[in-house]
Design a binder for this molecule. Sequence first.
Ligand code: PLP
Length: 362
Amino acid sequence: MTDQRIYNFNAGPGALPLPVLKEIQASFLNFNNSGMSITEISHRSSYFDDVINDAVERAKRLLGLDDQYHVLFLQGGASLQFAMIPMNFLSGDESADYVNTGTWSTKAIKEAKIQNKKHVVVASSEDKDFSYIPREISFSKDAKYVHITSNNTIKGTQFAEFPDTGDIPLIADMSSDFFSRPLPMQKFSMIYAGAQKNLGPSGTCMVILRKDLLATANPDLPSMLKYSTFAEKNSMYNTPPCFGIYTIDLVLKWIEEEMGGLEKIAAFNKEKAALLYDFIDASNFYRATARPDSRSLMNVTFRLPSEELEQKFIKEATAKGFGGLKGHRSVGGCRASIYNAATMEGIKALVAFMDTFQKEAK
Ligand code: PLP
């Protein structure tokens, strides 16, 4: 523990970088000498203009985006995107392809179904309990878009490489691994992410949207459900989630200026994950649940020899200051979420604890 803070391995909301939290704390009552908190500042003020424009510019620089992309901040979490995507981009007889790699993809598919939108599940890893990422996928020739979930937060699987969809726009839910690695942006027409894992507090959803995909959107929708509403007003059609956007800006600044950008943070994330997976693989007590070629660098899922031992492990870990190690309630087991903000010190401490626990249990 540092500063009386636990080692935070929660899946979501996940840990934020300590320097960012300290900066928020220091400036919370008097943001930029305004005499007001960021939570009191008008979103129509120059103070907030600077924040949102800086967040957009940093996101563009980090991802290498040109002017073909909008960077938007919406509300309703990633879950609202599940509904907005088919609503905006599928009209009449148009159909979309979905790759089902777990709970979150299943929920995205459900929202297309509810709206009676045509869709095809072109690949799924449900046959093996979502423990792997399908490869060699063939997409429908006439698909309006392809939807994937880049990282399955619950089962701990992740696309290491992204499918080539040719001319079909690729849309990715990156809620649990956005800004954890560089991205081949030429492949993506849209990326969205609920902020609360790698980027900021819950309540803000970041959306990167290519202008050519936006141009095909259905215009006959309520204003708050249309991407164009947000694209035309720099995400300020109504009062945006100001505190969330401010925090995202600070996190992006931390990635860019303190962590050295996405290449460097990706290398660091790989190193952190390897430490944990290597330890688990070398043990005959812990067992990683995701197939080795599909393992997530963000959510490390594992089991112990029995549920009783898992409960004891989580209880003792919590008492020693390791938080959030319980697996998702739908699958059980254990999970260490090691987002960008997870420190090497925290992971080494976790490995040491796991080692002691296995020796005492044997
Ligand atoms: N997609 C993924 C990959 C997630 O992990 C989550 C939440 O954990 C969601 C979507 C849902 O996000 P939200 O709670 O912001 O709607």
